[in-house]
Design a protein around this ligand. Structure first.
Ligand code: ZN
Length: 231
């Protein structure tokens, strides 16, 4: 199996993607982005969650990590995720948390890093099921980006894997369970970070968060739906 680079933010989705990649590729590296996100606490959770996942499955498989400073881009693409603005629905029908082109920028930067590191697969947690209307999470967008990167980097074998694309948030918990049972689920509950408000003071059964923002809401609903299915 080839070498993969996982876009790893320390959220539930990218944690599941990293676990998925660790079961499939002989070598896995990670990349994260500082784009001035309000929930910067996720950057602090990255090394903690990475170490836990490395210990869970093959510390020998988990290679280097890189954090890229994209604060200039974040300032340019100001949204409720990067500036002190209310999280709500905007007139265009997208949440104010939408950062224009975020996944396109992340994938282009990740592809440049993968090129240098000799990785031919990018693994990313985009998901069009619960995607809040973000147009850069659609399968069609990712397929077009893969085609552009293959051409632009002259890497016809480059692949973008999005194992969560068709999954609901409940399915994502189920995937974590299928990959690593209760131990992996407990690890993701405890150490991944999803909350847009950056709250790690309140612990719920589904993990830490304010419990009120759209990200907490999705995570909590998915967790409860998965638990209900198991019961
Ligand atoms: Zn929250």
């Amino acid at each position: 199996m080839s070498k993969a680079l996982v876009l790893f933010s320390a959220g539930q989705d990218s944690a599941t993607c990293l676990a998925w990649a660790l079961t499939r590729y002989y070598q896995v590296e990670t990349i994260g982005f500082d784009y001035g996100q309000r929930h910067r606490v996720e950057l602090d959770q990255r090394p903690i969650l990475r170490a836990a996942l490395g210990a869970w499955r093959g510390a020998d498989r988990l290679g280097e990590d890189a954090v890229v400073d994209l604060r200039g881009y974040g300032a340019l693409a100001e949204s409720a995720l990067t500036a002190d603005r209310a999280i709500a629905m905007a007139e265009c029908g997208l949440p104010t948390t939408f950062v224009p082109g975020r996944n396109l920028v992340f994938l282009a930067v990740a592809a440049a890093h993968a090129y240098r590191r000799g990785a031919d697969t990018l693994v990313a947690g985009m998901c069009e099921t619960d995607y809040s209307g973000y147009p850069d999470c659609r399968a069609e967008t990712i397929a077009a980006m893969q085609a552009a990167l293959r051409l632009g980097l002259d890497r016809p074998a480059l692949r973008i894997e999005t194992p969560l694309m068709r999954l609901s948030k409940a399915d994502t918990w189920a995937l974590a369970h299928a990959l690593g049972g209760d131990a992996l689920v407990a690890l993701i509950e405890e150490s991944s970070h999803t909350c847009y408000a950056g709250d790690r003071t309140r612990r719920h059964d589904w993990g830490y968060g304010c419990g009120a923002c759209p990200a907490c809401d999705l995570r909590a609903k998915g967790w409860r739906a998965w638990r209900a299915k198991r019961a």
